[in-house]
Ligand binder design. Structure first.
Ligand code: IPE
Ligand code: IPE
Ligand code: MG
Length: 247
């Protein structure tokens, strides 16, 4: 796949689904699927950096995933902590900036500290931004943004009718990032599962039956190729875009 014929999305957001089923097919415990999933993350991060993607947002743990059996949740927490331990230095060496978004207060103090340190270490890196959504929910994100604005109203800093869409965006956990251009979900389900709800208003969607541990560089290239063929009209007509692409 040559870069010059392909439109590379700036920001790719992925729901990494299918780890459990991948393990089940191998008659292994679900946890083995999550471990294989971490390996797949490594490969995709590397490939995104090579392709010139600017931001990669990964859904690692949703606010609804606490509903899983306690044993699976605690193994996922351990895995997250291990992955941070083993990967952060490597990410840093590759000029990758790590951001973690979500309601982090529900994590153990030790994990919270690891997250803070990882973000601090990589804060000034200028390469790929890897944005991990952990204990994240799109509705939670919108709610916490609106709460901040409500507080400004309470303090008399703004009036309710001064609140704009842009202000809501600027108080989301993704305020510093442009919205996703391409959304990918592996594992065959065709739903958003409370990921970046506000931010994906105009994102292109791509679904694949591949299970997350199977999703590799080649599979990502296929998703990017599909994205390249899309005409993003943002409400305009196709003719308008052909006349004045930037209008
Ligand atoms: C996604 O894989 C990983 C997390 C939600 C943490 P799943 O664990 O949801 O895998 P399936 O959907 O059961 O196969
Ligand atoms: C979405 O996957 C969340 C993550 C991948 C972290 P789920 O497997 O939890 O989604 P549902 O429950 O099938 O919608
Ligand atoms: Mg799943």
């Amino acid at each position: 796949m040559s870069d010059d014929v392909v439109n590379i999305p700036n920001h790719i957001a992925i729901i990494m689904d299918g780890n459990g089923r991948w393990a089940k097919r191998r008659l292994q415990p679900r946890f083995m699927g999550h471990r294989a999933g971490v390996k797949a993350v490594e490969g995709i991060v590397k490939h995104c950096a090579q392709r010139g993607v600017k931001i990669l947002s990964l859904f690692a743990f949703s606010s609804e995933n606490w509903r899983r059996p306690g044993k699976e949740v605690s193994l996922l927490m351990e895995l997250f902590s291990h992955a941070l331990n083993n990967q952060v230095k490597k990410l840093h060496d590759n000029n990758i900036k790590l951001c973690i978004i979500g309601d982090l207060e529900q994590f153990s103090p030790a994990l919270q500290e690891q997250i803070t340190k990882a973000q601090q270490l990589t804060a000034n890196n200028t390469g790929l931004i890897v944005n991990i959504a952990a204990n994240y929910g799109g509705r939670w994100d919108i709610t916490q943004s609106v709460r901040q604005l409500a507080e400004q109203v309470r303090l008399g800093e703004i009036t309710p009718d001064a609140i704009t869409e842009d202000m809501i965006s600027q108080h989301l956990t993704t305020a510093a990032l442009p919205e996703p251009d391409l959304f990918i979900r592996t594992g065959g389900e065709q739903r958003v599962s409370n990921f970046l709800l506000w931010q994906m208003a105009y994102t292109e969607f791509y679904f694949t039956d591949l299970l997350w541990p199977e999703f590799n560089a080649n599979a990502l290239d296929l998703a990017i190729a599909s994205f390249s063929q899309r005409e993003r009209r943002f409400g305009r007509t196709s003719e308008q875009l052909q006349e004045k692409p930037d209008a």
